[in-house]
Structures are given as structure tokens and as C-alpha cells.
Design a protein around this ligand. Structure first.
Ligand code: ZN
Length: 275
């Protein structure tokens, strides 16, 4: 049996059904006290009320979503993106999130300059990391599947995330989020998970459906797809990672259509049989 106290649900999994108060109440009602919070949902009810609600339900906040998206070439747009990150860092500090999930951003403005986009991302991290450190927040780099490189994240492999950590030379204010959906296909995965070691601050689980129809919004429930989730979990936990296993399922055609109480119930079952 896996320890149920280490089960967390990213609220994106029930984003179409539940507000933040409903998600916190719904997860806690079934004994789940880990949650990753999204900024749009938090801002609907306000930071102070959100923080109070999370405390009241004894929730561990395993991540705050999302930071990053800092690849703009236009100066004003980049400056606005940095300010948005600063706001998110402050919010993450107030709700006690274990990390802020950093998604690099894609190519913008018709640009084909992938090298430049990656460089701007590193420049932004150089600015943001000291600010995160000052308030005790960890920025977790999340490499996304390469098919999202154009429009979502120019950081696409765990190897590159490790390289960025090496280059940035930061301390505990910088970490990595390992999401099985994005990384399962990588022939270097075992090596790079070992290399990441204590940098791993978040572990996201879900499944890759063999007949997937949407690269972003058609994730599967653990056990319904092709990912060796227990195998990847074993690699991650062999590094000493002892944190939550966070279920993160964006699913416009299936799980977002279901009764959210049923979604949580099935998550709890699959946590024991497919993770
Ligand atoms: Zn993730």
C-alpha cells in the first residue's frame, strides 16, 4: 500500500467542475490533504481567503501553477511576464506552496529563434531566483513534452533542465518537477533522474493514452495508458525523493466531464493499483 498521506491532486484535474473552495472541500472529504493550486482559481476568491481555506482543511500545497512563460521578445511583454511571476511568487509564499511550477514559454511573435527563447528564459530565472529565495519559495523547472515546444515550453527534456540548474548555480530556491506525461519517452530518463537527485521537488502522475487526441488536454488516468508509472516512481524515489505523488490530469473529453467526487474516488483506487 502506498501512503495515502502522500497523495496530492492538482486542481487542474477537476478544474471544470470545482472552484478552489469546492476542490479543497471535495478532496478533504475523501481524505486527500495534498493539493496543487492554480492562480486563476486562487484569485477568484482572493489570496487571504484562499490561504485561510487551505489552512482550515489542513492541506499541503504541493505546487502553485504556474510561473514562467518568459520567452517574449518584446520588452514590455517580457517586463509584464516578470511582474506576473513576482505576483505568483508572493502568492506561493503566502499559501506555503512547496514550489512554484515554472513552464518556460514557447516561441512567440512568429519567431524561429529557439536558442534566443531559451536564453531569455535563463535570463529571467537569473532575475527571479533571488526574489524567490528572499521569500522562501522554490522555483521548479518543469520540462514539457517536445510536442509543446512551439507554443508552451522551450524546455523539453530533463537533461536540459539539469543543464539549466548547473548553469544557474542556485541553491534550494531552484528545483525540478518531474511529470511522467512529459518525460516517459526519454531514453535517458533513468540517467537524468539520477542526475537530478535532490533537485526533484515535485512528482506529477497521470498517463499517456495510446490514442491521445490532444497534446495538452487529453491526459489519461493512471493505469489507462502506456507509461510505466511504478517504474518511474521507483527511479525518482531511489534518489531520496520522499514527497507527494501529485495527480495532474487535463482531460477535456473524459475526466472533466465526470462527477468530481467520482474522479477523486477513482484517483484513490488507481493510486494503489497503478502508481
Ligand atoms: Zn506537471
Amino acid at each position: 500500500m502506498l501512503n495515502e498521506a502522500l497523495l496530492s491532486i492538482n486542481q487542474a484535474t477537476t478544474r471544470e467542475q470545482w472552484s478552489l473552495p469546492e476542490a479543497v472541500g471535495g478532496y478533504a472529504r475523501q481524505g486527500v490533504h495534498g493539493i496543487a493550486v492554480w492562480h486563476d482559481k486562487l484569485r477568484e476568491i482572493g489570496l487571504a481567503e484562499g490561504a485561510r481555506l487551505l489552512r482550515e482543511h489542513d492541506m499541503t500545497v504541493t505546487g502553485y501553477c504556474i510561473g514562467g512563460l518568459v520567452t517574449a521578445t518584446d520588452h514590455a511583454a517580457l517586463s509584464a511576464a516578470l511582474d506576473e511571476n513576482r505576483r505568483a511568487i508572493e502568492e506561493a509564499a503566502v499559501i506555503g506552496a512547496q514550489c512554484i511550477v515554472f513552464v518556460a514559454g514557447g516561441l512567440v511573435d512568429g519567431s524561429k529563434d529557439l536558442v534566443g527563447a531559451r536564453a531569455r528564459c535563463l535570463d529571467a530565472l537569473d532575475v527571479l531566483l533571488p526574489e524567490a529565495k528572499a521569500v522562501g519559495v522554490t522555483i521548479a523547472l518543469e520540462p514539457l513534452h517536445p510536442m509543446m515546444c512551439a507554443n508552451r515550453a522551450v524546455l523539453t527534456t530533463l537533461g536540459e533542465a539539469n543543464d539549466w540548474c548547473d548553469q544557474l548555480g542556485a541553491g534550494g530556491e531552484l528545483g525540478i518537477a518531474v511529470d511522467v506525461y512529459h518525460l516517459w519517452w526519454d531514453p535517458n530518463l533513468a540517467h537524468e533522474i539520477g542526475r537530478a537527485g535532490p533537485r526533484i521537488v515535485a512528482f506529477h502522475i497521470n498517463d499517456w493514452l495510446e490514442d491521445t487526441r490532444d497534446l495538452r488536454l487529453d491526459r489519461g488516468m493512471m493505469g489507462d495508458g502506456v507509461i510505466d508509472i511504478p517504474g518511474i516512481r521507483a527511479m525518482v524515489e531511489a534518489t531520496g525523493y520522499a514527497g507527494h505523488r501529485e495527480v495532474e490530469i487535463f482531460s477535456s473529453r473524459d475526466w472533466w466531464q465526470r462527477d468530481p467526487d467520482e474522479v477523486v474516488r477513482i484517483i484513490k483506487e488507481r493510486y494503489q493499483t497503478a502508481v
